[in-house]
Design a protein around this ligand. Structure first.
Ligand SMILES: [Zn+2]
Length: 389
């Protein structure tokens, strides 16, 4: 693919420059740096062209069949995934990347098969969830009732095998694509207690959809917020509906595991974005590698997966962290003032895309300022598990 030759040329030119620099007898420290750069550039120049082509194809599909880009892959990645986030205030971004990690312990996740089976029928499951939602919020419960029983039923309970259940990435899925006449959710039923929380989670997403119209722009920082918020509330009731105490703590632990994973990823990407300004782009990957080593972040970065770290996951990590932390703040507020929490939940759906700080203020999220109080409180819930083991 010709459109990426610019990159290669740039690298080759840089390599020549670096070699010239080396001939100028630099100081030892400088020389070491230059030698590292040379080694790296030589490796980069050996990367198979096919790798670069794969990446470019992905980008083009995402852009709805625009003509192939003329700029380099690196430039395209930078424009798409890094630059937009440099507008975020450094404070909140840096806090999340570098401080939150200390509030989230590394814990193992439980797989769905580690939760017990129930013999609940679909009707019972739905009735249980509705019973809880009626206690939680009247408006949301009414919506859920319409959704589950009304003529426009948009939740499908789909039985699947044990084998499939272990393989699926999510226990429920919401289809919100515009090519469908209306959104709908699927809950994969394998008769585990988890389906109680999952149904609550997907109903949260569907609830949001009714507030979104073509005029209103969805807030892309909180795509999962409503799902996690409802799940956190559901989990408080779970023990009345089949969960053991241990299982409800396993759910807490799984949530902490997810937060930890995304914060780890973001941490890497924080450094990645710091170095993204270096030109050519490949040099920034090299610097990233060195920085991670210095920061003692035990992630193996090779030249290929480094590109992946600045790829689309960057968006996802930020979205997931804001959703999870925002949901925790909202959940904490819910315990004091349920009405207000649901009011703010609705506000989170369509906030305009201005500054992140403004969003957070509007929905009363404080995690970026308060030292992750609610997150720490949430982590504390795991203590009974620790004591037992
Ligand atoms: Zn979700």
């Amino acid at each position: 693919m010709k459109s990426f030759t610019w990159d290669k040329q740039e690298l080759e030119e840089l390599l020549i420059q670096k070699k010239k620099l080396l001939e100028m007898k630099p100081s030892r420290k400088k020389r070491e740096g230059i030698e590292e750069d040379i080694e790296f550039l030589e490796e980069m120049l050996q990367l198979p062209q096919s790798l670069i082509e794969n990446y470019s194809e992905e980008l083009i599909v995402g852009e709805e069949a625009k003509p192939p880009r003329q700029e380099s892959l690196a430039h395209a990645l930078y424009q798409n995934y890094v630059k937009p986030y440099q507008n975020l205030t450094d404070k909140s971004f840096e806090h999340i990347a570098r401080e939150a990690i200390h509030s989230v312990p590394e814990v193992e996740a439980y797989s769905p098969s580690e939760f017990k089976k129930t013999i609940k029928s679909d009707q019972e499951l739905v009735a249980n969830v509705l019973e809880v939602l009626r206690k939680v919020n009247k408006e949301f419960a009414r919506f859920a009732e319409d959704t589950l029983y009304g003529p426009n039923r948009i939740v499908e309970l789909l039985p699947i095998s044990d084998e499939d259940y272990e393989m699926i990435p999510e226990l429920g899925t919401c289809y919100l694509d515009t090519f469908l006449p209306h959104p709908f959710a699927v809950i994969y039923r394998n008769q585990t207690v988890l389906e109680f929380n999952t149904l609550g989670h997907e109903l949260g997403h569907l609830y949001k959809e009714q507030f979104l119209s073509t005029q209103k722009e969805e807030n892309s920082y909180f795509l999962e917020l409503e799902g996690y918020f409802i799940e956190l509330i559901m989990n408080d009731f779970a023990q009345n509906y089949g969960y053991s105490q241990e299982e409800s703590l396993k759910e807490v632990q799984n949530r902490i595991h997810i937060i930890n994973t995304f914060i780890q990823n973001l941490n890497i990407q924080y450094y990645a974005s710091k170095f993204a300004k270096y030109s050519p782009y490949y040099l920034s990957i090299h610097k990233l590698e060195k920085e991670l080593e210095k920061q003692n972040i035990p992630i193996f970065i090779n030249k290929c997966n480094a590109i992946g770290y600045i790829d689309s996951d960057f968006d996802e990590n930020i979205m997931m962290i804001h959703s999870l932390l925002g949901a925790l703040d909202l959940y904490n507020l819910y315990r004091q003032d349920p009405e207000k929490a649901f009011y703010l939940l609705k506000r989170s759906f369509t906030l305009p895309t201005q500054s992140l700080e403004e969003y957070l203020e509007k929905i009363n999220a404080t995690y970026h300022q308060d030292g992750y109080t609610n997150l720490k409180k949430f982590v504390k819930r795991l203590e009974p598990i620790k004591r037992e083991s």
